[in-house]
Structure formats: structure tokens, C-alpha cells
Design a protein around this ligand. Structure first.
Ligand code: BGC
Length: 702
């Protein structure tokens, strides 16, 4: 090769690589140049951005990024996971400046993975406890605290509140829900939504609608008369929508009178939007692909957790005329409208440091406010009690909340032993040592399916000789009875609704031996749902329902036992004498055979309809006969009626002509009172006083 040709070859080489550089640079700049022509999402140009989107982009936008974020990993073609343990994300459209937004559970506080950075969230009391406070201001305060954690941990929407009506006491998720009454449900939900959304983050009121059982929840067809549906199962949602406009609503897993709720235009568009004026977005509950075009057509805007396959289904359906592109546009627009509201869109720099300390205080105060005193024969508040025999496994490992998506990864849980000690009450060290040893063995846990969280303990038998000695050496006894529940599984009558033999023996033996030496016994019900009480409630001197009381539970129970807080919770549901008394028991699944199937169907698609009563379909034959609407309010036919709850003080009430009520504390201790209004036996309004000192009055307006 001559020098010249060598030179030419060199230049050619250089040219090629130069060319490549230019091409690359151009390719790199193309999107930028393109972006200069296409709009970038702003709060005020949603329509313009929508117009600039391709069919494929719109289809992507209405399909979430998949299961990956929940496990803290990004899946192929999905946006990178932003918050570990979040339940889902929307897809970004970078070309148009549309970021993805992050969603995480749940009703008792934000559920994300703490990881090595220890991103714990406050475990607030469960929804049922909050409703039993009848205190909308308090619930709003809890919501604001939750919302601050949502914001500061980089989440945009919390998948809460859970607000299905408590149709039957055995529903496995009742602890997440509020009440058997739709007005109380709706008012408490509205307060929660207002509180959370006051922090600039969104909510997802769920599960819309008639998701009243966990058994075969992804296949079950709830068959409900329309008037019953509207008056009971939809009413709470209607109130929450009209009063608080949640950013989103989650359509349920089940079918309702035929179609899946997620494919039901009547429900999601005609009723929810056209009648009630819902302005937000509807997302599916976390399920594998169903009939995606039908979901879009019904007004179900976002598919969660989202599968790539669904994007193709949508594109195909539009192309072959099966789905009108205008309907897709409606859903895509709602996603954009949601995106522009979020902190992520506004570039909020979250701190990962919410105010956990002050939220723990809110959690404790709320917990004590919603506990319900069922019995008290001069046992409470504890007086002159320096040392208690603390019995029941739950005393040493209380149930702060439920399992599944209702679980929260909280920094700690205060058990009752520590709660009492913090309040200056000693516990019997021998009994404590036995229990602590017992709970060091996981094998003492109940068996069964648990999605996220831990199964409860089996109760431990205590020999009568030991109880006799405890009665001699302690001033009083406190027994905690626990129940655990969670999604994917309904409760059973035996050993769950009803106390088991060991629990009954413990209560019976302790009451007999302590009473024999003139000492009092209190039973604390640390439960997620209603249990049978009629057969044993006269044995102990006091019964306190502590519900799933959050991470400060032990302190809050001690607050009530010692009288630092005067109980002011009232039941948001009826405690029947027997399960069989509940009208819906004729149409509710008992038994757990279908449970595993349901777990599988959640992951793989709906289960096959085999026409099984109460499994594949459930007829709400009881109609309006839910809770006190059937049992009444006077307590004659039940163990404890709706609205029931004792106080350490007494109140008088004077009705004024304008409908307001003067409530006066006529007792010797400060306390709060709930006033309920009923019209034709149906709750029509309620209000709660502030803390009234003895002799003090407050006028409540409705
Ligand atoms: C639950 C929802 C929850 C979702 C995401 C589903 O299994 O039913 O309540 O928000 O999972 O975790």
C-alpha cells in the first residue's frame, strides 16, 4: 500500500467512524428534537398530550407495570422500581413527559418493604377499630399521618380505605372494613380520604363492590337485589365519593349480578360517575388478565398489577373494531389526570423520613379511642392493682393488625406486658417467662394459609394448680384472647368465631380461682372480627374489645385498663348470640377447602365456575337483614347490639327543639360520649363529644 492509499484508507476509516458518530448523535437528538414538537405533560394540557399519543402508548398507559414492584424488582420492559414493596406502578411515556406513579397498600398504614434502610411505617389500628371510635375528626387525623408517610416515602397513592360492608362476621377481611352500617362506613371512609388526601397524595377506596367474602373471591358472583345493593353495599361508597372524592376507586375481584365488577359499565360508569359524580380513576384489584377490552369499555381505567399481554389485547381490539378507541381515550385521559395530581409528577423530593414519632402518638391515641368496653362489674379502671397475672399468649405478642395487604411493616409492636409495665403495673414474672418461652417456638403457631404477615398463636393451656398460685400472688388477672385474619381466607365458626376449648378453659379456670380469693378478671379481646361471647361473658368481671390495635396496642390497652383513657368506643357492628342467628349465615361459605384454589386463581386467572353455592355464587337472600337492621338496637336478641359500649362515667342527654343535643358528664370521671340518631331504626346521623370533665356539657349539632 502506497502512502497515499494508506492515507486514503485512513481517511475513509475516519470518515466512517465520523459518520457513525454523526448518525449516533442525530439518533440521540431525534427524540429531543421530536420532543420539541410533541407536548410535554403539564397540568393544563392533558388533552393535547392525549392527542399526541399513539394507540400503543395509550394502551400501555392503562396497563400497570406488573407484579415486579411488589417484590422490589423491575420486570422486563417495565419502569424501574421506585419504592420497594409498593403494590404497583403505572407505565411512563417518556416521550411525552409522563412519569410513572407509585401505589402501595393499605388500610392500617403504608405497606412497603423496610429493607436495609429500615423504611418502617407506622402501624395504625385497623379500620374496624377506627370506625368504633365514631370519631371522624380523629380518623381524619390518622389519615393525615398516614398520608404524610405516603408522601415522604415516595408513594403517590395508598390503596385504602377498605370499606366493604360487613355482611357476615366471618368475612376474613372485616378487620380492614368499618361497619355493618353504610352511613358509618361512608362517613368514616370520607374522613380517612380527606385526611390522607390533605397531604397531596391519593387514595383508592376499595373494593367496589359487594366483595363480602374471601372464599373464591376472584370467581364468586354476588347476587344482590338492586335496592339492597344501593341501600347497603353501594351506599358507603356513594357517601365517600360525594363527600371526599377519592383520587381512585378499586374495582373488586368478584362478579356482581353476572359480570365482573371490573367489566360492569352500569356500576363503574352509570352509577359511580354519572349518578354520584365521581371524578377520579378506577383501577382493578390485583388480578391476572380478564377481558381487558370489556374492562376499558366499562370505565375501568387502569389494569393492575398489569401484564404486557393486556397491552396487545387492547391494541388488537381497537384495530379489529371490537373496542372503540374513544373509550380507550377516556381511560387514558383519566390516567393522565391522575398523574398530574401526584407528588412524583411535581418532582416532590421525598425525604424517606416521615415523622414516625408523632405518628406513633396518633396511633396510640386512636387505638384507645376505638376500644369498646363490653362488660364492667367494678373491675375497671384497675384500682389498687399493683401486680397482675397476665395470661393468654396474645398478652405477650399482641395482634397489631391483620395479614395480607392489610399488614404494615412497622418498627415495633408494644405488647400488653410492656404496656402495663409502662403504666406502672407489674406482671407476674413466672407466668410471663412461661409465655415468652412458648412464643419462642414458631411451632406453637396455628397452621393455615397466611399471605403476608404471621399466623396467630394457639392458646397455651395453663394448669389449674398454677392458676391457683397466680391468684394468691397477684392483685388481678388479665387474659388476652387473640384472633388473626387476612385476605384470601374467611374465618370458621369452630375455634375462630367460637373460642376454642383451651381458651374457654383458661377463662373458666382463671375466673373461678381468682374469684375464690376475691380478685377480679378482665378479658381483652384482641380480635379482627366478631367472636362468640354469649356463652362466657358473665364469667369475667370486665371485657374490653381492643381490636387490632396497631403498633402501640399494649400501651393503648393499658391506657384504658388503668383509666388514663376513659373508653368511648361503640360497636360498629352487632355481636350475635350465635353465628347461626346471622341471616346471611344461610348464604355464606364456611370451611376452607376453596381457599388454596382462590390464592392460585389470584395469580393465574379466575377459577372455573362449577356452580357451587356460596363459592361460585352467593345469593344475598337476607336482603336488608344485615346486622342491626335485622337484630334491632335494644340488645334483646343479641349478645351486644350495634352502637353498644360502656364508659367509666355517665352522661345525660337533653334534646333541643332544633335537633341538637346537650350532653352532660354526670359522673365522676372525664369522658367522651357518642350520640347516634336513628330514623325508622336506621342510623341517620352521629356525633361525638370532646373530652368532658365531670359536670361539663357540650351541645352536639347534627
Ligand atoms: C387486595 C387489595 C390490595 C392489592 C394490592 C389485593 O390482593 O385485594 O386490597 O390493594 O392486592 O396489594
Amino acid at each position: 500500500m502506497t502512502d497515499h492509499s494508506r492515507m486514503c484508507a485512513f481517511f475513509q476509516l475516519e470518515d466512517v467512524s465520523m459518520l457513525r458518530k454523526i448518525v449516533l448523535a442525530l439518533a440521540f437528538m431525534m427524540p429531543v428534537m421530536a420532543n420539541a414538537q410533541v407536548p410535554q405533560l403539564r397540568e393544563d394540557n392533558v388533552d393535547e398530550v392525549l392527542k399526541a399519543m399513539t394507540l400503543h402508548e395509550k394502551a400501555r398507559l392503562v396497563v400497570g407495570t406488573g407484579w415486579g414492584s411488589m417484590f422490589g424488582v423491575g420486570l422486563l420492559n417495565a419502569d424501574p422500581v421506585e419504592v420497594r414493596g409498593a403494590a404497583g406502578m403505572t407505565r411512563s411515556v417518556k416521550r411525552l413527559g409522563v412519569p410513572s406513579v407509585v401505589m402501595a397498600d393499605g388500610p392500617a398504614g403504608l405497606r412497603i418493604m423496610p429493607g436495609r434502610s429500615k423504611r418502617y411505617c407506622t402501624g395504625f389500628p385497623v379500620g374496624t377499630l377506627l370506625a368504633c371510635s365514631w370519631d371522624t375528626a380523629l380518623v381524619q387525623e390518622v389519615g393525615a399521618a398516614m398520608g404524610q408517610e405516603v408522601l415522604e416515602y415516595g408513594v403517590d397513592i395508598i390503596l385504602a380505605p377498605g370499606m366493604n360492608l360487613m355482611r357476615n362476621p366471618l368475612c376474613g377481611r372485616n378487620f380492614e372494613y368499618y361497619s355493618e352500617d353504610p352511613l358509618l362506613t361512608g362517613k368514616i371512609a370520607a374522613a380517612m380520604i380527606r385526611g390522607i388526601q390533605s397531604q397531596g397524595v391519593g387514595t383508592s377506596a376499595k373494593h367496589f363492590a359487594a366483595n363480602s367474602q374471601e372464599t373464591n373471591r376472584t370467581g364468586n358472583n354476588a347476587i344482590v337485589e338492586e335496592d339492597v345493593l344501593r341501600a347497603l353495599y353501594l351506599k358507603g361508597f356513594e357517601i365517600a365519593v360525594r363527600e371526599a372524592q377519592p383520587w381512585t376507586i378499586m374495582s373488586s375481584y368478584n362478579k356482581l349480578n353476572g359480570p365482573y365488577t371490573q367489566e360492569d359499565k352500569w356500576l363503574l360508569t352509570d352509577v359511580l360517575r354519572d349518578e354520584w359524580g365521581f371524578e377520579g380513576l378506577v383501577m382493578t384489584d390485583w388480578t391476572s388478565p380478564r377481558n381487558t377490552p370489556a374492562q376499558i369499555a366499562a370505565g375501568n381505567d387502569l389494569m393492575e398489577p398489569g401484564f404486557k399481554k393486556q397491552i396487545n389485547q387492547i391494541v388488537k381490539a381497537v384495530k379489529n373494531g371490537e373496542l372503540d378507541e374513544a373509550l380507550l381515550d377516556v381511560c387514558a385521559k383519566r390516567v393522565l389526570e391522575l398523574v398530574v395530581k401526584t407528588p412524583r409528577f411535581h418532582g416532590y423530593q421525598y425525604s424517606n423520613q416521615p415523622d414516625l414519632k408523632s405518628h406513633a402518638e396518633v396511633s396510640r391515641r386512636a387505638a384507645a379511642d376505638g376500644m369498646v368496653l363490653l362488660e364492667n362489674r367494678s373491675a375497671l379502671p384497675l384500682q389498687g392493682v399493683k401486680k397482675v397475672a397476665l395470661l393468654g399468649v396474645g398478652s405477650y405478642d399482641i395482634i397489631a393488625g391483620g395479614t395480607g395487604s392489610g399488614n404494615v411493616n412497622k418498627p415495633y409492636v408494644v405488647n400488653l406486658m410492656d404496656g402495663l409495665k409502662n403504666a406502672g403495673i407489674a406482671v407476674d414474672e413466672g407466668a410471663a417467662a412461661d409465655y415468652l418461652k412458648y412464643i419462642s417456638h414458631n411451632s406453637n403457631r396455628k397452621k393455615g394459609y397466611v399471605m403476608v404477615g404471621k399466623a396467630a398463636w394457639k392458646e397455651k393451656a395453663v394448669p389449674v394448680a398454677q392458676i391457683k398460685s397466680l391468684a394468691m400472688n397477684n392483685d388481678a388477672a388479665v387474659i388476652t384472647i387473640i384472633r388473626q385474619a387476612g385476605e384470601g381466607e374467611d374465618r370458621s365458626v369452630n375455634d375462630d368465631f367460637c373460642l376454642d376449648e383451651t381458651e374457654l378453659a383458661l377463662i373458666g379456670d382463671v375466673c373461678r380461682e381468682f374469684h375464690a380469693v376475691g380478685k377480679k378478671v378482665t378479658v381483652v379481646l384482641n380480635i379482627g372480627g366478631v367472636v362468640e361471647t354469649a356463652s362466657w361473658k358473665l364469667l369475667p368481671d370486665a371485657i374490653l374489645v381492643a381490636w387490632g390495635c396497631g403498633q402501640e396496642g399494649g400501651n393503648a390497652i393499658a391506657d384504658v385498663l388503668t383509666g388514663a383513657v376513659n373508653p368511648s368506643g361503640r360497636l360498629s357492628m352487632t355481636f350475635p348470640l350465635a353465628y347461626e342467628d346471622v341471616p346471611s349465615s344461610a348464604n355464606f361459605p364456611i370451611g376452607k377447602k376453596e381457599v388454596i384454589k382462590d390464592v392460585m386463581s389470584t395469580a393465574t386467572g379466575a377459577s372455573k365456575d362449577k356452580g357451587r353455592k356460596d363459592v361460585d355464587y352467593t345469593v344475598y337472600e337476607e336482603g336488608m337483614n344485615v346486622g342491626y337492621r335485622y337484630f334491632g338496637l335494644d340488645g334483646a336478641k343479641v349478645s351486644y347490639p350495634f352502637g353498644y359500649g360502656l364508659s367509666y362515667t355517665t352522661f345525660s342527654k337533653e334534646e333541643l327543639e332544633d335537633g341538637s343535643v346537650i350532653v352532660t358528664n354526670t359522673g365522676a370521671r372525664s369522658g367522651r360520649e357518642v350520640v347516634m340518631r336513628f330514623e325508622n331504626g336506621i342510623l341517620s346521623a352521629f356525633a361525638k363529644t370532646r373530652l368532658l370533665a365531670p359536670g361539663e356539657s357540650e351541645t352536639l349539632k347534627f
